[in-house]
Design a protein around this ligand. Sequence first.
Ligand code: GDP
Ligand code: MG
Length: 780
Amino acid sequence: MTLKELKPGQTARVITVGGEGALRQHFLDMGVIPGAEATLIKFAPMGDPMELRIHGYELTLRLADAEKIGIALTEESARQPQPAGRRKRTDHPGLGEEGKYHPKGSGDPLPEGTTLTFALVGNQNSGKTTLFNQLTGSNQHVGNFPGVTVDRKDGVIRGHSDTRITDLPGIYSMSPYSSEELVSRDFVLDQHPRAIINIVDATNIERNLYLTIQLLEMNIPMVVALNMMDELRGNGGTVDVNAMEALLGVPVVPISAAKNEGVDELVRHAVHIAKYQERPVDQDFCDADDHGGAVHRALHAVAHLIEDHAVQAGLPLRFAAGKLIEGDALILEKLSLDQNEKEMLEHIVFQMEKERALDRSAAMADMRFDFIRRVCAACVIKPHESKEHMRSRKIDEVLTGKWTAIPVFVGIMALVFFLTFFLIGPFFQDLLEQGIGALKGLAEQGMEAAKVNPAIQSLVLDGIFEGVGTVVSFLPIIVTLFFFLSMLEDSGYIARVAFVMDKLLRHIGLSGRSIVPMLIGFGCTVPAVMSTRTLPSDRDRRMTILLTPFMSCTAKLPIYGFFVSAFFPDVSWLIITGLYLLGILTGVLAAYLFKSTLFKGEAVPFVMELPNYRFPSPRNVMMLLWEKAKDFLHRAFSVILVATIVVWFLQRFDFRFDLVTDSHDSILAAVAGMLAPLLNPVGLGDWRIVTSLISGFMAKESVVSVMEMLFPGGVETIGTLAASSMLVFSLLYTPCVAAIAAIRREMGRRWALYVTLWQCAVAWVFALAVRLIGLALGLG
Ligand code: GDP
Ligand code: MG
C-alpha cells in the first residue's frame, strides 16, 4: 500500500521511501523515514496535494510523490506510546535561570578586539527574524546583503559592539534543497562564524532538533535558543533544560523571542561560548545498541578512514563522515580520497546497508531521529494539543476547506485591495496631499517675497512640489499594501494559499510555491524576484522570475491614479481592478507560452511545511513597514527628484542652451521625438509621453511627476483613447531599473536584457489592441 491510498483521518507507518536524489533526501530530512507514523489530514480542495501530520507537524506533498512512499496501516492499539506522561513531571527550570552548562570554564579567551561573528540558524518559522530584531534592536542598521544573498541580514547585538550577527534563511538540514538553503549551509561551512546561535521551535522540537544535531557536527561553538517557550508552557509542556544540555553538550537557553524573555541570558551565553571558543562536547549521536550498532560502527570506521583528508580539506570530521555515508558527491570530491579509500568506504557502507536493512540515506536519517527520540524521551514533556494548534486546525477547516478555500482566498484578496485602495490608503493620502499643498503654498509665498527667478520658481513648484509631491502622496497606499501582504505572509496564510493553489499552478507549469513571489510582486518586483530563491528548482525559479513583473507593483499605482482621476473618475475602481486582472491574465498567457517553449519539463515536487497560524509580531511588521517607507522616500528624493530636475532642464533649453518659450523647441522634444515613431502606432507618439515612459524606467512613479511637469495645463489634452493605451502600456512595459538589476543578479545579463525587450514588446502589442478596440468602438 502507498501513502497515496491513505484516507483522511487514517494513520500509517512508513515502510519504504522511494524516489531518488535530492528530493528523496529532502523527504528523509523532513522526517518521512521508515518507521515514522503519518496521519492524513486532508486533500487540497482540488484533490492534490495532500496534508500529512508527521513528527508532530504538518507537511504537504503531492499524490505523485506520495505514491512512492510505501506504508502499512497501524491499528489504534499498536500505536507508539506517546512519551508524554511517561515521565514524572519535573519542575521547569524557568525562564531566565542561568544554565550552568559551561564545560570548558574560562581560559584562553580570544584576543581582545576580535569581532565575535554569530550565525543565526534554524528552521523556517522558528522565530529567527523575531529574535534577530530583539538582539539587534530597532535602531540598528538592518539592510539586505548586496550580491548573492537575499535574506541574509547583518546586525550588531545591542550592548556588544564587538559582535556581528547574521540572520540566515531557514533550513531543515545540512543537505540543502533550494538555493536559499545552500546560502545558509555555505555560510556555516565557509565563512567560519565564531559561534552559532541555533534557534529551535520548542513546540515542534523533534523536527527542529534534526538540524541541531547536524549543526553540532560542525564543531563550531554553539548555543541552542529554545524558542516559543511561552506557547509550550501555556499548553502544559515543559523541557528539562539541564538534562538537555547534558545530552546535547551545549548550553540550552529557553526563550520567548516574541515576548523578549530569556534573550539577555541567551546573549550572555552566546558571547561567552564565542569568546572562549567552547565547542560542543559531544558529536557522537549514533547509539552502539541501535539495531546492532550498524550505523554506529560504519560512522566511526569512516571517520577513522578519512581523518587526515578531512583535516586537509578543512571539513569537520563527523560532518564529513556522515555526508560520505549518505553519498554526498560534493563532499566526496572535496576530500580527494584515493581509489583504495573510496573502495573501503563503499565496502563499509555496503556492509552497513546489509546489516541495517535500510539504504544509506535512510539509515543516517533514522539514526538521527533515534537520537532525537531519546533526547525527547529524557527531557521533554510534550504539551497536550496546543491552543494554537487547535486554533490552526479550526481556521484551516475554512481556509483550506474543500468548498471554502478558493472563495475565501478571493474574498481576502479583494478585501485587502479594497481596504488599501479605497478606505485606508486614500484617507491618509488626502491628509498627506493637503500637507504637501500647504507646504507648496508657503514655498510660493516665500519665493514671491524673495523675488526668486520665475524659471526657478517653476522648477520648484511645478517640478518638485507637483511632480515629486504627487509621488510622495502615494506613500500611505504603498505602506498599507505592504502591511497586508506582510500580515498574510507572517500569519502563515500564504503557505496555505500555496497548498490550495498548487494544482492550479501546475497547469501553467509551476508549483504552489511560486504563488509567494507572485503575491509579493503586487508590492514590489524586487523582493518578489529575490524571494524566488525559496524555490528548489532552477527552472521554476527562472520561470517565476519572468512572471512576477506582470503582477502590477505598487509603484505603478500613482500612474493609474493619475490617469484614472483625469479620465475615468466615475469608474476608477473598475479600471484599476481591470488593470490588475489584465496583468495576471497576461502572466498566465506568458506562462503557457514559456511552458511549451523556454521552460519545458515538470515543476518541482511540492514538499512544504504548513506552520501554525500565528499573530505576526507587531515589531517585525513595524520594522518591515519602516524599511519600505524609507526605501520609497529615498527613491522619491533621489532617482525621482533627479529625473524630474533633469527633465525640467531639458525641456527648458534648446541645443544652443538658450531658454525656450515653447517646450516643443527644447532638447527634450527633439531627442524624445526621435523615439516617438516607435510608439505612434499605439497612439503614444507624443514626445512628452515618450519622455515620461523613459523616466518611468528609472522609477515607475516618475511617469507621473514628469507628466505633471510636461502637461502644465492638465493631461486631459491627450484624449481618452491615448490614456487607455497609456494605462495598459505602463502596466506591462519593462520593469524599472531596480527590478531589472535584481533579475540580472538572479539570472544574468542576457536574461535581464531579454526581459526588458520582451516586456516592451508585450506592452506594445496590448496597447495596440486597446487602441484598435477603442477605434472600433468609435472612441478617439
Ligand atoms: P523565521 O521564519 O524563523 O524568521 O520566523 P519569524 O521570526 O518570522 O517568526 C515566525 C512566527 O513566530 C511569527 O509570527 C512570530 O511572531 C512568531 N514567534 C516568534 N517567536 C515567538 C515566541 O517566542 N512565541 C510565540 N508565541 N510566537 C513567536
Ligand atoms: Mg525570517
